[in-house]
Design a protein around this ligand. Structure first.
Ligand SMILES: NC(=O)C1=CN([C@@H]2O[C@H](COP(=O)(O)OP(=O)(O)OC[C@H]3O[C@@H](n4cnc5c(N)ncnc54)[C@H](O)[C@@H]3O)[C@@H](O)[C@H]2O)C=CC1
Ligand SMILES: CC(=O)C(=O)O
Ligand SMILES: [Mg+2]
Length: 585
C-alpha cells in the first residue's frame, strides 16, 4: 500500500503547493484506514485472548470471530457494539455514584463483591485463601444474599466472562464447543437455565452468577480444585419482560424455548459434557420447578447428577427438622409425631415433603401404612398458610413476610415445647419472617432458621435467640465431593439420605438444646468433609462406588469410618501456591 512518502519526486515538482498538500492528506488518510483494516495476526486462542487486555473485546466479538478464535461458548450469546459496551459500563458507573448518594442498599455488598471478583480474576489461590479464612464474612457476598443482587445487576457488573454459555443458537455445536474450555479435567459443573434464581424469578443469562457462587462454595467448603470447576448457563431465552426490552441485556432476547425443543437442548448439553469429561458431576441449580423435576427424573439413573434445590434442600430440611425434635429434649425417633406445615409447593417445597415423609415412613416401619401416616403429618399450603396448630412451619414460597403475625401466633398454640420456624426463602428480603419477628411474637422457646444469614437476636438478660442458617450449602458440597471420591456412577437416594443424617448428627446435644440446629458457616469445611465421608460409605454399601484414582472400590470398602474421613480430607484442595517450573511444549 502506497503511503504519503511514496509520492515521486517528479509528481511533487509538477504539483502546485496546495494540490500537493491535498494529495498528501488524502494519501495519509487512505494509509490509516488500510492499517485499521489489516488483520492482526494472533498467536493465541480461546481464553488467552479474553485475558489479554490488548486483544480482548469481550461481548463485542462477532459470531464469526468467536468461531474462528475458539471463543464460542466462552461469552454470553449476545453480540454487542463497542458503543453498547461503553453505555453499559457508563450506566454501571453512574449507578454506583447514585447508589452511594441515596443510601447503603446493596451498594456496599456489591462493592465488596467487585473487589473479591477482581482478586478472583488476578490470583485464584489468594482469592480462595481469603474466602476460606473469612468464610463467615464473605459467604454472604459470593453466595446468598449478595449473589442475588449480582445476578440482578449482571449486565452492568459484567467484565470478564467466567464459565460457559450454551444458547439455543448453539444447537448441533455443543459437542465441539465444550473443547473451547481450557481444562482437560472437570470434576464439578453447576448448571442453570436462569429461570428461577433464588426467589428473584427469571433472570435469564444473568443467572450464571448463581452457578459461579455455588462453585465458589465447592472450592471453599469441599476443597474441589478450582481449575476443575465449570459454571454453565444454558440460555434458552427469558420470559422476564424487563430483560426482553433492555438494550444492554446480554442474553438471547426472545421468549423461553418450551417443550421438546427445550429438552433437546439440555440433552445435547448433557451428552456434550459427559462425552468430554465422563467423570464429571453435574449439579442442576435454580431451574423452574416444572423442569427441575422432569430433568431430574430424566437423567438421574443415567448420569452423575443431582438437583440441588429438590434434593440438597430436602436433606438440609430433614436435618433441621430432626434437630428441632432434639431441641425439645426428645429423641429423633419422635419425628413422625411432628405436625409440619410447608408453605410453597415448588421444587424445593415438594422436594422437602417427599423426602421428609420418606424419612418418617422409615422410622414407622417403611410399609404402606407407615407412608400414609407420615404423609398425614404434612400440610402443603400453596398460597394460604392455614392454621393447623403445627409444631413446625417451613417456608419455601419466595414470599418475604409470608409468616405474618397471625401465622406466627398460630405457633403459640402448638403442642410442641419448642415450635420451629424455617424461613428458608432467599435472598434476605424473601425470608418468610425475620428472627426478630419470630422471637418477639412466639418467645424465646422458638427454634429459628432462615435460608440467608441473619444475626442472632439479643433477648435481654444475657439471653441470645439463635439464628440458624438453613441452607443447602451444608449439603451440596459434601454430596458432590463424596460422589467424586467414591466414583459412584449415580447419586442415589441412599447417598442423599446418608448426607442428611450426617448433618443431623453433627450437632451436639448441648448445641441443639440451645436451639442451634445447623453448624455455623465457619465450620462448613469440617461438616462438608464429614458429609462427603458419609456419602462415600453409603456409595460403597450400595455397591455403587467404582473408586477414584488409586483408591479402587475394594480399597474404599476396606476403609474404616475414621479412615474414610481421612481419605476425604487428604483429597481436599488447599489454597497454597505450588512450586512452579517451566517446560517447553
Ligand atoms: N434455603 C435453601 O437452602 C433453599 C431455599 N430455596 C428458596 O425457596 C424458594 C422457592 O424455591 P422453589 O421451590 O424452587 O420455587 P418455586 O417457584 O418452584 O416455588 C414457590 C412456590 O411457592 C408458592 N407460593 C407463592 N406464593 C405463596 C403463598 N403466598 N403462600 C404459599 N405458597 C406460595 C408458589 O405457588 C410455588 O409453588 C426460593 O426463594 C428459593 O430461594 C430454594 C432452595 C434451597
Ligand atoms: C439456596 C438455593 O439453592 C436457593 O435459594 O435456590
Ligand atoms: Mg438454588
Amino acid at each position: 500500500m502506497a503511503n504519503a512518502s511514496s509520492i515521486s519526486r517528479s509528481l511533487r515538482r509538477s504539483l502546485a503547493p496546495d494540490a500537493l498538500h491535498r494529495l498528501l492528506l488524502q494519501r495519509s488518510r487512505a494509509f490509516v484506514t488500510a492499517e485499521c483494516h489489516r488483520p492482526v495476526v494472533l498467536h493465541k486462542r480461546g481464553p488467552d485472548i479474553l485475558h489479554d487486555p490488548w486483544f480482548n473485546r469481550g461481548t463485542a466479538f462477532s459470531m464469526t470471530e468467536r468461531d474462528r478464535l475458539g471463543l464460542r461458548g466462552l461469552l454470553p450469546p449476545s453480540v454487542v457494539s463497542s458503543q453498547q459496551q461503553i453505555d453499559r459500563f457508563m450506566g454501571d458507573l453512574k449507578r454506583l455514584e447514585q447508589n452511594a448518594r441515596d443510601g447503603p442498599s446493596d451498594t456496599y455488598q456489591l462493592a465488596k463483591w467487585r473487589i473479591l471478583n477482581r482478586l478472583h480474576d488476578r490470583n485464584e489461590t489468594m482469592y480462595y485463601k481469603v474466602l476460606i479464612d473469612n468464610i463467615k464474612e464473605y459467604a454472604p457476598i459470593v453466595y446468598t444474599p449478595t449473589v442475588g443482587a449480582v445476578c440482578q445487576n449482571y449486565s452492568g457488573l459484567f467484565r470478564r466472562p467466567r464459565g460457559m454459555y450454551f444458547s439455543a443458537e448453539d444447537r448441533g455445536e455443543m459437542m465441539s464447543m465444550v473443547y473451547n474450555w481450557p481444562a482437560d479435567q472437570v470434576d464439578m459443573i453447576v448448571v442453570t437455565d436462569g429461570s428461577r434464581i433464588l426467589g428473584l424469578g427469571d433472570l435469564g443469562v444473568q443467572g450464571i452468577g448463581i452457578a459461579i457462587g455455588k462453585l465458589d462454595l465447592y472450592v471453599a467448603a469441599a476443597g474441589i480444585n478450582p481449575q476443575r470447576v465449570l459454571p454453565v448457563m444454558i440460555d434458552v431465552g427469558t420470559n422476564n419482560e424487563k430483560l426482553l426490552k433492555d438494550p444492554l441485556y446480554l442474553g438471547l432476547q426472545e421468549h423461553r424455548l418450551e417443550g421438546e425443543d427445550y429438552v433437546e437442548i439440555i440433552d445435547e448439553f448433557m451428552e456434550a459434557v459427559f462425552s468430554r469429561w465422563p467423570n464429571v458431576i453435574v449439579q442442576f441449580e435454580d431451574f423452574q420447578s416444572k423442569w427441575a423435576f422432569r430433568l431430574l427424573q430424566r437423567y438421574r439413573k443415567t448420569y452423575r447428577m443431582f438437583n440441588d434445590d429438590v434434593q440438597g434442600t430436602a436433606g438440609v430440611a430433614i436435618a433441621g427438622l430432626l434437630g428441632a425434635v432434639r431441641a425439645q429434649g426428645r429423641p429423633m425417633i419422635d419425628f413422625p409425631k411432628q405436625k409440619i406445615v410447608v408453605a410453597g409447593a415448588g421444587s424445593a417445597g415438594i422436594g422437602v415433603v417427599n423426602a421428609a415423609s420418606r424419612t418418617m415412613a422409615r422410622m414407622l416401619g417403611n410399609n404402606e401404612v407407615a407412608f400414609e401416616s407420615a404423609r398425614s403429618q404434612f400440610w402443603i399450603v400453596d398460597a394460604h398458610v392455614k392454621k393447623v396448630k403445627p409444631d413446625v412451619i417451613l417456608g419455601l414460597s419466595a414470599v418475604g413476610g409470608l409468616f405474618s403475625k397471625e401465622v406466627l401466633e398460630a405457633l403459640k398454640d402448638s403442642s410442641s415445647s419448642r415450635p420451629a420456624i424455617f424461613a428458608m426463602s432467599n435472598p434476605t428480603k424473601n425470608a418468610e419472617c425475620t428472627p426478630e419477628e419470630a422471637f418477639s411474637i412466639i418467645g424465646e422457646k422458638v427454634v429459628f432458621s432462615s435460608g440467608s444469614p441473619f444475626d442472632d437476636v439479643d433477648l435481654g438478660d444475657g439471653k441470645i435467640g439463635h439464628s440458624n442458617q438453613g441452607n443447602n450449602m451444608y449439603l451440596f458440597p459434601g454430596i458432590g465431593l463424596g460422589t467424586l471420591l467414591s466414583g459412584a456412577r449415580i447419586v442415589s437416594d441412599g447417598m442423599l439420605q446418608a448426607a442428611a443424617e450426617r448433618l443431623a448428627s453433627y450437632m451436639k446435644e448441648e448445641e441443639v438444646l440451645q436451639g442451634i440446629i445447623y453448624p455455623p458457616t465457619s465450620r462448613i469445611r469440617d461438616i462438608t468433609k464429614e458429609v462427603a465421608a458419609a456419602v462415600v460409605r453409603e456409595a460403597v454399601a450400595e455397591d455403587l462406588a467404582e473408586g477414584y484414582r488409586d483408591m479402587d472400590a475394594r480399597e474404599l470398602a476396606r476403609l474404616s469410618e475414621e479412615e474414610t474421613v481421612d481419605y476425604v480430607k487428604n483429597n481436599m484442595w488447599n489454597p497454597v501456591y505450588p512450586t512452579v517450573v517451566y517446560k517447553k511444549d
